[in-house]
Design a protein around this ligand. Structure first.
Ligand SMILES: [Zn+2]
Length: 398
């Protein structure tokens, strides 16, 4: 995986095998893929579960090989490859030609990803090209925004005062737009060293596969127009939906997972199953009066309402019942006090478990039993939180 491009087709096949297994663990009866694999590979921040996109991870590992060739040109491997594939330039400027080996063609894919995060640090013996090399630390291109127009300046070294060894600020101000000039003058100059390559997503400039993988994912998401600010469900109304609130909420992980399903409207309630093509009676298995969707099951069903009332959450239920989607309901929930949030989420999870029992023909728990189990789990959660916070406190050494 670190030397060969496994191809997107192969990675997709492997991913679908993993997906089939994962979904079969989540829903042993229907084995429905409620969300696309691509969605699951999105970060938790963007509504996914952070599963690994195998092909992008593969490319990130190839980028590591490219990084090694760039930063350790003296190794035997680097010297052999240079002699064969880029004798007059460096790995960043090498290109694919007919007849090259599959492994080299693979590494060139890593080179493309490496270029996305590479930045040059400026030494005093430098040959960086002002207009072509990435050397200005800013988020996008890392090159000047100022158009070159008729400028005769070509190398970064020309912007350094040869006597003082500092940036020639007057020259920079004359040749660049203010937005570039201010950035350039902030770049530290390093005496007695050549320019060197750094990875801009690491404070120390060191490349890592993990960081390169994140860059690849971000590029993919932006390419498909579904980054955090666009949508695959990241946006609710005119506001961005904060998916991380689900994972930060102080409830058990299994409850967080349940909330994530609920928010994606991917719980196996009967209306959702029918939407997925399962031939099923949509009537609520609890009250047997109305179609079972999230809104009915959690906020309107007669038995559920009795629990909301018994838990002293009727005011909150009346607010949440107005919502048209899981995301809208959660957005309302985040406006409540933290303890109320915990109580509601724990109840919804317990209610879902109680409903699942009824769905397979078992007896419905009484309102009293459901409320007791909510209180029990809240107590357990509080005990675990206390234990964790005590464990985090530094021990005093005498
Ligand atoms: Zn019902």
């Amino acid at each position: 995986m670190s030397c060969f491009d496994l191809t997107k087709g192969l990675c997709d096949e492997l991913s679908s095998m993993i997906a089939r297994w994962w979904w079969s663990q989540q829903d042993k009866t229907n084995k429905i893929h409620w969300l696309s694999w691509e969605k699951l590979t999105m970060s938790k921040e963007n509504g996914g579960l952070g599963f690994r996109d195998l092909h992008l991870f593969n490319i990130a590992m190839l980028a590591r090989q490219a990084w090694r060739l760039l930063t350790n040109p003296g190794t035997l491997c680097a010297r052999v490859l240079k002699a064969k594939y880029y004798p007059h330039t460096d790995v960043l400027h090498s290109s694919a030609k007919d007849g090259i080996s599959y492994s080299w063609r693979s590494i060139l894919k890593g080179v493309e990803l490496l270029k996305e995060g590479l930045i040059w640090r400026v030494g005093d013996v430098n040959s960086l090209k002002i207009w072509k090399d990435p050397w200005i630390p800013r988020s996008s291109t890392r090159k000047p925004i100022t158009p070159r127009a008729g400028s005769i300046l070509t190398k970064v070294s020309e912007l350094i005062d040869p006597v003082l060894g500092e940036w020639d600020e007057a020259l920079i101000d004359d040749n660049f737009w203010n937005v570039d000039a201010e950035e350039i003058k902030k770049i530290p100059l390093h005496d007695g060293v050549d320019d060197w390559a750094a990875w801009r997503y690491d404070p120390k400039g060191v490349f890592s596969v993990k960081s390169a993988y994140k860059v690849a994912v971000r590029k993919r998401d932006m390419g498909s127009g579904r980054d955090a600010s666009s949508s695959s469900g990241s946006v609710y109304g005119t506001h961005t939906f904060d998916w991380l609130k689900i994972w930060r909420c102080k409830v058990a992980h299994k409850v967080q997972m349940f909330v994530w399903w609920f928010t994606h409207n991917s719980l196996a309630v009967r209306c959702n199953l029918a939407r997925k093509g399962v031939e099923i009676d949509k009537i609520c298995p609890v009250c047997k009066r109305f179609d079972e969707d999230n809104g009915h099951l959690f906020f309107k069903c007669k038995n559920a309402r009795a629990c909301w009332l018994a838990l002293n959450l009727e005011r909150e239920r009346k607010i949440m019942v107005q919502c048209q989607s899981g995301k809208e309901a959660m957005s309302k929930l985040w406006t409540f006090a933290e303890t109320t949030q915990q109580k509601i989420l724990t109840f919804m999870w317990r209610w879902w478990l109680a409903r699942n029992k009824v769905n397979v023909g078992e007896k419905m728990s009484s309102t009293w039993d459901t409320c007791q189990s909510v209180e029990f789990h809240l107590g357990e959660q509080e005990r675990i939180s206390k234990k964790n916070s005590q464990a985090k406190q530094p021990t005093v050494q005498r």
